[in-house]
Design a protein around this ligand. Structure first.
Ligand SMILES: O=C1O[C@H](COP(=O)(O)O)[C@@H](O)[C@H](O)[C@H]1O
Length: 237
């Protein structure tokens, strides 16, 4: 795992964009896993800029959504779907047949996770996995626990996640999410974790201890040969 200390959110995002763009140049039809939330926002803006400069740069890229809340409806602006559609899919003109996504409204979330797991297998895995870190050290919705799950699964949300600002605004009680598992993340050819935002310093400090622990799911990235942890130091103070 390689750790980069950046002076600002902008520097962090620029470094992430350099890594992503270099991979897309080599493999234009790669499978890109997109996290929702605020951490990758700068990266997505730089990808949009690249798309505006070279409209065919992302033409063959495939995208998969990292996670989704269970219990929201398609009209909600709090879904990961809404976030990723607005920041990435629409901005890069990603075609529907190049986008894999946990459906927001599904009768059986477990079956939906199986469907997404099969889709990943069809692609022989993810090429680039973009992650943010939760205040409690979660990656995607793999929450701190005694055991972590390798494949796509329905996750019970941790109390710290439930207390996060966004969930409190949703207005409906949430308790679960659909998420890629830690096996899907670790099997990705490249992982980029953005560490930025208020309240993330304790999780970062624990991560940098270098111990692999299931109560800090991000620490599993120490096992990955091509994981890039990009820290916005300004937001850590
Ligand atoms: O709960 C979640 O949090 C992380 C981090 O969110 P951010 O807004 O601080 O970037 C996010 O990456 C993850 O997808 C989401 O499920």
């Amino acid at each position: 795992m390689k750790v980069y200390n950046c002076k600002s959110f902008e520097e962090m995002s620029l470094l992430g964009a350099e890594l992503v763009h270099a991979e897309v140049e080599i493999k234009p039809d790669l499978l890109f896993c997109a996290a929702s939330g605020s951490s990758p926002t700068g990266l997505y803006q730089l990808m949009e800029k690249r798309h505006l400069d070279s409209p065919d740069f992302f033409e063959w890229m495939n995208v998969i959504k990292l996670d989704e809340w269970v219990g929201l409806n398609e009209e909600s602006t709090f879904t990961s779907e809404y976030d990723i559609q607005q920041k990435l899919i629409k901005k890069l003109d990603i075609k529907e047949d190049r986008y894999i996504s946990f459906a927001v409204e599904c009768e059986d979330p477990e079956l939906e996770c199986d469907r997404v797991q099969d889709k990943i297998a069809e692609f022989a895995g993810i090429d680039i996995c973009i992650l943010g870190i939760g205040i409690n050290g979660h990656i995607a919705l793999n929450e701190p626990a005694a055991f972590l799950q390798p494949d796509c699964h329905v996750a019970k949300l941790h109390s710290v996640t439930l207390e996060s600002g966004m969930i409190e605004q949703v207005g409906v009680p949430l308790s679960q999410g659909m998420t890629l598992g830690v096996g899907n993340i670790l099997a990705s050819k490249m992982v980029i974790l953005f560490v930025t935002g208020k309240g993330k310093k304790p999780a970062l400090d624990k991560l940098l201890e270098g111990k692999i622990r299931t109560d800090l799911p991000a620490s599993l990235l120490w096992l990955h040969p091509n994981a890039h942890v990009i820290v916005d130091r300004k937001s850590m103070s």
